[in-house]
Design a protein around this ligand. Sequence first.
Ligand code: NAD
Length: 331
Amino acid sequence: MIAVKCAVFSTKPYDVDFLQKAGDLAGHEMVFYESRLTEVTAKLAEGYDAICAFVNDELQRPTLVKIHQGGTKLIALRCAGFNQLDLRAARELGLRAARVPAYSPHAVAEHTLALILSLNRKIHKAYQRVRDNNFSLDGLLGFDLHGRTVGVVGTGTIGKNVVRILHGFGCEVLMYDVTPAEDCLMFGNYVSLDHLLGNSEIITLHCPLNDSTKYLVREESICKMKPGVMLVNTSRGALIDTSAVIRHLKIGTLGSVALDVYEEESEIFFEDRSQSIVDDDVFSRLLTFPNVLITSHQAFFTEQAMHEIARVTMQNLSEFEQSKNLSNSIC
Ligand code: NAD
């Protein structure tokens, strides 16, 4: 017997692999669409009890109205952040929503360290050079991570793993969070945001995107940072005002920048665009800096995380089907 019929959007072959296996085990029926969920593609969900969406699907009111009209009752997000969902509109329409709150905090924390280490030691450049028989070290000078002061903004599920790893590297860890976590205290010190900005040699962002965190890094906050600071963002693109970042990369306030997310990424990331022209001048400008390292929202992408995303998504569908309280409910 089929439990829940679910239309899955923004799917890639790897999503299909993991979700299909988990869905078959749980008895749910899945249909997979490569398209992003938008107001236009919402009609594909007609007749499905649930939709399963990812980070760049559009879940604003016009789309929610359409899926509601088509009979959808549950939004199963296969991600942790839910800034893309208009919660008020969902509530007003009587839609339920659940997410996967912590599929692998290690995956994102470890990718954050991969970015810091690669950018600092210029591994991405060294890799190309050696393949080109260029064994010169000019331009590859880095610094010891040991003893550096690193500021971690947001010490939730992911941030606290970053804090723990940085402590292991011998860094001085400064932390800022609106709700400090006791289990981080042995690895660093909570300070004000201004203190963190003014004293860190590396700043890494791990807070969610909401009204209070949008453009947390902007002209005014960058001016408070130590000259030459490394800025890392593996959380959500709009935590950063990219134009301000570009201005300060040009004048050297920002020494280097590593990004796994970008405010306008929905038009760029997750696709092979190697044969086309990227129509985003801000993003293209970022790519011109030798001290900027960008990955395309891959921090979550480990086998363990994909397995857990599929497992918890199926659990969310099953709880909905059995009219249980959704343990991962967001509305
Ligand atoms: P979480 O909810 O466990 O932790 C977020 C922390 O940020 C909490 O401790 C919260 O108190 C804190 N916070 C909230 N507002 C703040 C503010 N104004 N200033 C400072 N701290 C604030 O979330 P998480 O699972 O650790 O994820 C963090 C973010 O990482 C997510 O919101 C998501 O956007 C992003 N993420 C990215 C990827 C990726 O692949 N790049 C994958 C998963 C999650």
